[in-house]
Design a protein around this ligand. Sequence first.
Ligand SMILES: [Zn+2]
Length: 254
Amino acid sequence: MNEGRPRPENYYEARGFSVYYLANAVFNIVSSPGAYLRGIEDILGDMRVLTPMRSFHRYTNLHHFIREISVDIVTEEVDTIDPGHRFLREFLRIFTVPFPEEALEGEDSFWDFARESGRFHDALDELTDEVFHVLFGDVAFLQKFNRLCADYIEMAGFGDELKTRRGTLKRVAIPVWARRAIFYRDKGECRACKRSLAALINRLETERYDHIVPLACFGANDVTNLQLLCEPCNLKKSASEEPVSRLYQRAIPS
Ligand SMILES: [Zn+2]
């Protein structure tokens, strides 16, 4: 880590082990949630309840989910007094969280330390942000994650002002930052047919931004639930929920 030079705005620093460990845990939970959760409410229920209903926050549903899982992993390691503390010890080291060795001696001593350590909580936020960037590129994963959110939105009987009579979320304007994020992630191409949509970058053609899990199927207004689709592909999809394309443009063309 280069301590001397301030990080330019809007850059994050990739720090390896803890990020991939946590990204892998989140990926596995979302891929087979039944092994870990009864439903996403086990996690989202702790997410100040209304989170999946909100419209387009920069701290997305996935950020909340990753953050909760990271705390779960730490709790599990501390509770079992796993002498290895494989995740925790590496996390504290890589994210430069100073800690006394006694902090890892048991549950109470750890949480006493964590309560007092501002750096510990900041580091969890930084870790969450890095894991988000690893997973945000994987649209098939995002589809599974957003299905879990959709189950929760369908089930939750509150927030009526945000919902249609059917109980689905109302359509809202997609903010510019969210459109930019999707446009760059999808490299300006329709995800289904790979047609270039580069001419649209500065235009407000919000209909090209498709909800991966449609609003009609209880999808969320969240940037993790968007993809670029050209108009014909979007019309073909309508309110159905097709599998997302798993084809990605090669970084190094063959
Ligand atoms: Zn297309």
